[in-house]
Design a protein around this ligand. Structure first.
Ligand code: C5P
Length: 249
């Protein structure tokens, strides 16, 4: 947890707080234990969630960087606290789906659990007051939130992220069902992966049992199962080397 008094709060999201970093082009992201559902209608504090998510996110971002995807991660200075590049965030939630479930089967006649091949990319306007409506390119361009070139780049990067993450999770017996990512621009206008990737923003199913290992448990009111599921993802994902690097016992 960051000492609030000493840092300038730039933005407070539903699960993270973003503070000005020491350098002008850096921020410090505090991963909190807060968990919300239904556009923030339900909110609970989930013990150790910030701890697990910050470390899972750092591990995923590092793996993506190694695969050539630029992320905002500079370093996880301690669990829950990420030093990151300051980005001008694009208000688009880029959702990649490998399997049909969740909101897509409530809105369209896709069969539950049927695979998308190729993966389905969806873009939603990040605006709680409008309930994050689905975008198309023409609407995003008319809103002035992205150019056609930006949208093409977001799709290209989202597919690459999906490829790297699907493989990463498959190796630890987890199916990456779908996920949401967000991007921002650095001071040179480069599009960089920002925000977080964690069990808060992905659907993850155990490959054998198909048990849920993500925030869907909370959405379904199974609050007492949430942290065990996040810990399971954490334990499978982190190597002994990772644990030593971040001083995790
Ligand atoms: O609810 P829906 O099926 O559209 O969610 C698709 C994916 O995007 C899920 O992995 C969900 O966790 C993620 N998501 C998110 N934040 C949102 C909406 C969806 O992380 N605001």
């Amino acid at each position: 947890m960051i000492e609030m008094d000493s840092k300038k709060l730039l933005y407070e999201g539903k699960a993270k707080s973003v503070f000005q970093g020491e350098n002008a082009d850096e921020v410090i992201i505090d991963f909190r234990d807060d968990m919300t559902a239904g556009d923030g209608a339900r909110k609970e504090s989930m013990g150790k969630k910030g701890y697990f998510n910050s470390i899972i996110c750092a591990k995923i971002f590092e793996t993506l960087e190694e695969a050539g995807v630029e992320t905002q991660l500079i370093e996880l200075t301690e669990p829950c606290v990420m030093k990151a590049r300051k980005l001008d965030m694009i208000p688009i939630e880029v959702i990649v789906r490998n399997i049909a479930t969740g909101s897509i089967i409530r809105k369209f006649p896709f069969e539950d659990k049927s695979p998308f091949n190729p993966p389905l990319i969806q873009m939603d306007f990040k605006a709680d007051e409008f309930h994050d409506p689905m975008l198309n390119d023409a609407i995003a361009i008319a809103l002035g939130i992205a150019s056609q070139e930006d949208l093409d780049k977001l799709r290209e990067l989202a597919l690459k992220v999906n490829e790297v993450m699907s493989k990463m999770f498959k190796e630890i017996g987890i199916i990456l069902v779908d996920f949401k990512i967000e991007f921002g621009k650095d001071s040179q206008g480069n599009i960089i992966l920002g925000d977080e990737i964690s069990p808060d923003s992905c659907r993850l199913w155990d490959a054998e049992t198909l048990d849920m290992l993500d925030k869907e448990l909370f959405r379904q009111g199974k609050d007492d199962e949430v942290i065990d599921a996040y810990e399971e993802v954490f334990n499978r994902l982190l190597t002994e080397e990772d644990k030593a690097k971040w001083n995790i016992k």
